[in-house]
Design a protein around this ligand. Sequence first.
Ligand SMILES: [Zn+2]
Length: 288
Amino acid sequence: MTFRGGGPLDTSNVSGGGGGRGKLAVGGGAGLIIVIVAALFGFDPGVLGLGSDGSSTSTSSSQDQSAIDEQIQGCTIEKANEDTVCRIVATTNSLDAVWADIMPGYQPPQTKIFEGSVDTACGPATSDVGPFYCPGDQTAYFDPSFFDVLTDRLGGGDGPLAQEYVVAHEYGHHIEYLTGALQKGQRQGAAGPTSGSVRIELQADCLAGVWAFHADKGPDAMLEPLTQQQINDVIQTAKAIGDDAIQGDSSNPEGWTHGSSDQRVRWFNVGYGSGDPNSCDTFAAGSL
Ligand SMILES: [Zn+2]
């Protein structure tokens, strides 16, 4: 259990998606693995230059969407301690509260929880890409089934804070969008050990740590005091999704997009240790 207290959640910025029209060209099993590799987390379509023609006006009014919407509307803090959809919703509430507190001019993003595929202002996406943030519509996208992939296939931590870290990382991309760091990184290269992409991703990990630092503090804190075990779950997850961990023995830093396991752990800890977003300037860091 991580959320304290009880009662309803603010669902005004969260909606159900899914049933998107388009599908990314993803092949069979091998393709799937490559895409998940590219994803973690997330394969940000805007960052990687997927189309952003904004022509996605499709009908995502499937049964999937209304079922998820219904689930979202029924979320409470109690349910957030039990099911993944409500945990995502509650985490967005905590993130909005923390960022409104520490960032002047903060504007919350939208969050869409989908199953299968979804249309975005950055183009269509499927669950295979993992969670992502699209700057074109300032929306963070999550398919809850990703969390099973994370624990069962990639070896990430299975505690609730590990899932909350994923949500906080995508919010980190929104913060980067608001500060301009996302746009700056996009101009500095999509792959390589010191690429803009790696700096964007490590900064998002750091900003997730900043959230974790604040999330259990103060009279309005939504989280129970974090435990060492919960932090260990996050560290395990950050390690599992490092580029070198995912690429294995053949890992080539020139292909990195998110940073190594050690770097991801390090930058989460920088944010978690300081609670200060200014400590997250991966663009100024001499070594990552
Ligand atoms: Zn990311």
